[in-house]
Design a protein around this ligand. Structure first.
Ligand code: FES
Length: 84
């Protein structure tokens, strides 16, 4: 059940608050990533450069989903594109 709750949380990043972490390795929150997107960082590579998110290598230990945060970052880019 715990796994389902965590997975559900990540299934919809729009429900997260700005203070919720997206990248657990580098401790980058949603608000920081959204602001970077709004400042023109609209690719995963650009987000990495602007925020350091998705540049860690301890995802299995630190991220509750035991994987990299790239999926959530791509979802945020898509959400922001849809909100333009
Ligand atoms: S959770 Fe973002 S790089 Fe590991």
């Amino acid at each position: 059940m715990k796994f389902f709750t965590q997975a559900k949380r990540y299934d919809d990043v729009s429900t997260l608050s700005d203070e919720d972490l997206i990248c657990y390795c580098l401790e980058v929150d949603k608000g920081t990533i959204v602001q970077a997107i709004r400042n023109g960082a609209v690719t995963l590579k650009a987000i990495k450069e602007a925020t350091t998110a998705c540049t860690g290598n301890e995802c299995a230990e630190k991220n509750p989903n035991k994987r990299c945060c790239s999926k959530e970052i791509k979802q945020l880019i898509q959400l922001e594109a849809e909100n333009v």
